[in-house]
Design a protein around this ligand. Structure first.
Ligand code: B1M
Length: 227
């Protein structure tokens, strides 16, 4: 199988919610065919860059899942099955995305904000930043502004990354910025925000330092902040 075909096959199987070959898919007749786990391993064996697998297969496929959900073709369990596939793929990919022995570039607190349970994007960003040499303090999902600010204070972190996937939860990011100001911490920490409904404009409005379209953008933003 050539590279393009393999990347597309991984994406297809994420959309089908198939972690392993024995799994059934959303469509009938797929059982027994290689699924996400086997295909990701094959891709690595063929020397495909793990970053390319994240971008071209995993991120891309979740876009398709979201579109299917919007069209009522998929229900929540279908979205969860795809999310599980991305988790399984990331388990295989993360050691390859990490650079061993990189000197720490600083502490980075990351969280999905209150009311929001989406963590696939946050986890990808966390793994990529860890690979880029940051010391990640991952607070998980549904994290209140109070807990986020507390963690920044406790760890004296120079960076905080916030994730939100819902239009109803993105405003919590503004509350985090306000709380950092209230606590006198705003000048000591750079606030990076990300998530599908966000934009540069929104990041400016809430007073964040950077909007990150994806994990690679987050790494670039951090590089320019350190320069
Ligand atoms: Co939800 N969901 N979901 N969902 N879900 C969306 C976001 C939605 C757009 C689907 C749709 O309708 N098309 C929609 C939101 C609509 C809106 O807000 N206007 C939606 C909805 C409505 C809901 C529920 C309300 C559904 C319901 O219950 N009726 C519910 C809410 C639960 C809650 O959070 N309280 C819900 C639940 C779920 C599941 C639990 C089933 C599951 C999440 C599983 C999990 O995360 N463990 C789920 C999923 C999978 C999705 C979609 C399909 C995929 C999200 C995803 O993982 N994308 C999503 C549709 C979509 O976004 N296309 C959808 C892949 C991921 C790699 O991308 O997260 O954008 P993303 O992360 C990127 C960048 O954004 C950026 O880098 C990442 C890597 O490239 N980034 C950062 C993200 N965070 C960053 C932080 C940074 C930097 C960059 O800090 C430095």
């Amino acid at each position: 199988m050539d590279k393009q075909e393999l990347l597309e096959k991984i994406a297809f199987n994420v959309v089908q919610g198939r972690v392993e070959a024995e799994d059934e898919g959303f469509d009938p007749g797929l059982e027994g065919q290689p699924a996400v786990t086997e295909l990701v391993e094959q891709a690595l064996e063929q020397g495909i860059d793990p970053k390319e697998i994240v971008l071209a297969s995993l991120t891309e496929s979740m876009e398709q899942v979201g579109e299917k959900f919007e069209r009522n073709e998929y229900l929540i369990p279908d979205m969860l099955a795809s999310a599980e596939c991305v988790g399984a793929a990331m388990d295989i990919l993360s050691p390859h995305l990490m650079k061993a022995g990189v000197e720490s570039k600083g502490k980075f607190v990351i969280a999905t904000v209150s009311g929001d349970l989406h963590d696939i994007g946050k986890n990808i960003v966390a793994i990529m930043l860890k690979g880029a040499g940051y010391n990640i303090i991952d607070l998980g999902t549904d994290v209140s502004p109070e807990r986020i600010v507390q963690a920044v204070k406790e760890h004296q972190a120079p960076y905080v990354g916030l994730s939100a996937l819902l239009t109803t939860t993105m405003r919590v990011m503004g509350e985090v910025v306000s709380k950092l100001k209230e606590e006198g911490l705003r000048d000591q920490v750079k606030v990076l925000v990300g998530g599908a409904p966000l934009s540069d404009q929104f990041a400016k409005e809430i007073g964040a330092d950077a909007y990150c379209k994806d994990a690679f953008h987050a790494i670039d933003s951090l590089k320019s902040m350190a320069a």
